[in-house]
Ligand binder design. Structure first.
Ligand SMILES: Cc1cc2nc3c(=O)[nH]c(=O)nc-3n(C[C@H](O)[C@H](O)[C@H](O)COP(=O)(O)O)c2cc1C
Length: 381
């Protein structure tokens, strides 16, 4: 793991270990992948205007996230199907996040149960819930998370229907796996991954056990989102706010007036997100949407952003443009795919070390010193 110096190195290691179809599932985005690429490109359009001669000998990376101390302004975001990269992959990410001292969000589509994570992860944990057409199933998941003591509930709102992820269609990728001749060859060519799947037992979407709407609920990718409720709207969210006793985080917004409305509704945090470019292709890059959302929220709730964060310097830029913290998805998935918990921990420690160095090189000794004045716009051809 030590040989991986960057998130990109971990991505390459993940590409080597995983079958092509599984790698494409985590790496890819919707349609032309314009938003996937746009999320990254937005970071290059801002350059640092570094301060010097500041005492940065002992930078303090710590912050608070939703009232709890965090070692740095970073959150391991919800990512379904981590267990298809490494046995009990969700647990690997949860443990790595706990060891680093940052929150972990468990996906609805995880392969470890709500209760299992709560029993094993002692740091800040959030549960991310999709809203199913069978509303009582989602209500049941939320009730389980409340009972298990989760600190936060994340409602993802950028997923009324599944994104059109063409790589998955081309690869015939689905979960549970389809054993076509091509997939079997792909799996056989990646024996380290295949063996770990055989040894660990076929991963299940643990939180969806007992779901009765259709027998393909466990199938993500080609039929992703088929059972989600596209009619979910403001009144429904308001009811969830009333019922959920702890922090409520709404993930997947881009518009400032929606952020305002979410604050008025009593949300504790909003996440500027386009699902890592996996949903609406052509959606605005999250870094570009962030400043207006942060202005609208004006400190009344916390503002997080995700999409395209691959460097500690990206974290500094996001904070400079108004985020309280950032979420990562693929960074920890690449790490997990490359080396399980060690790999997830490596991904997080790479981001932490880069974040620290970037803060020092920018002349900032505390997270609160990271402000808009650190950045200038840059024309990128
Ligand atoms: C393989 C994969 C699975 C994901 N699963 C979920 C999920 O179950 N729930 C959710 O809210 N977001 C999910 N996301 C989106 C992430 O939480 C996050 O918004 C996105 O990955 C951020 O972009 P990044 O991957 O460039 O960091 C997933 C992303 C990936 C790559």
């Amino acid at each position: 793991m030590e040989r991986s110096r960057s998130i990109d190195d971990l991505r390459n290691a993940a590409r080597r270990r995983l079958p092509r179809s599984v790698f494409d599932f985590i790496d890819g985005g919707a349609e032309d992948e314009a938003t996937l690429l746009g999320n990254r490109a937005a970071y290059r359009r801002h350059s640092f205007l570094p301060k010097t001669l500041a005492d940065v000998a002992a930078p303090d990376l710590s912050t608070t996230i939703l009232g709890r101390p965090a070692a740095l302004p970073l959150i391991a975001g919800p990512t379904g199907a981590s267990g298809f990269l490494w046995p009990r992959g969700d647990l690997a990410i949860a443990a790595a996040a706990h060891d680093l001292g940052i929150p972990f969000a468990l996906s609805t589509s995880a392969s470890v149960s709500i209760e299992d994570i709560a029993a094993r992860a002692s740091g800040a944990i959030w549960f991310q819930c999709y809203i199913f057409k069978q509303r009582d199933f989602s209500d049941g998941l939320i009730a389980r998370a409340a009972k298990a003591g989760y600190d936060g509930l994340v409602i993802t709102v950028d997923f009324p229907v599944g994104g059109n992820r063409e790589r998955d269609f081309r690869n015939d990728f689905s979960i549970p796996f389809k054993y076509t001749a091509r997939n079997v060859t792909d799996f056989a060519l990646h024996p380290r991954w295949a063996l770990s799947m055989v040894r660990g037992g076929t991963p299940q979407l643990e939180n969806l056990r007992g779901f009765s709407a259709s027998n393909d609920v466990g199938t993500v990718a080609s039929s992703v989102g088929r059972n989600y409720d596209a009619s979910f709207s403001w009144d429904d969210l308001s009811r969830i706010r009333d019922a959920w006793p702890r922090k409520l985080i709404v993930k997947g917004i881009a518009r400032p007036e929606e952020a305002e409305r979410l604050v008025a509704l009593g949300c504790d945090a909003v996440v500027v997100s386009n699902h890592g470019g996996r949903q609406l292709d052509g959606a605005v890059a999250t870094l570009d949407a962030l400043p207006a959302v942060a202005r609208a929220v004006a400190g009344r709730a916390e503002v997080f952003v995700d999409g395209g964060i691959r460097r500690g310097s990206d974290m500094v830029k996001a904070l400079a443009l108004g985020a309280n913290a950032v979420l990562v998805g693929r960074a920890t998935l690449f790490g997990t795919a490359a080396g399980g918990q060690d790999g997830a921990a490596r991904a997080l420690s790479i981001l932490r070390d880069e974040f620290r160095r970037c803060m020092q090189l920018c002349g900032t000794a505390r997270v609160s010193e990271i402000g808009r004045d650190l950045l200038v716009p840059t024309d990128v051809p």
